[in-house]
Design a protein around this ligand. Structure first.
Ligand code: FES
Length: 93
């Protein structure tokens, strides 16, 4: 199990489950829509850590964003502890 930090919230996530799925079961408030890599609503920035990204729509996440360590939570599988930053305009109060 890896430790996932999203802003001040922390929870555990294994390498075979996507981060969005675990965040939802842990009642961690993160933005999302389709939960299938198509809408981009769950886009966040990884500040630190290793991860795998499953297939997703290029409209949801561009190559430039990916190179800049943006990910889609619904397609992100942790490979180490990860520190994530929510995109400011998407923070849920
Ligand atoms: S929720 Fe739609 S891309 Fe992740």
């Amino acid at each position: 199990m890896f430790r996932i930090s999203i802003n001040e919230m922390t929870f555990s996530c294994g390498p075979k489950v996507n981060v969005l799925q675990v965040a939802r079961t842990q009642m961690v408030k993160v933005p999302y829509g389709c939960a299938n890599g198509g809408c981009g609503m769950c886009k966040v920035k990884v500040k630190d850590g290793a991860y795998l990204l499953d297939t997703y729509s290029k409209q949801a996440l561009t190559n430039e964003e990916r190179e800049d360590h943006y990910v889609l939570l619904c397609k992100t599988y942790p490979q180490s502890d990860i520190e994530i930053e929510l995109i400011k305009e998407k923070v849920i109060e």
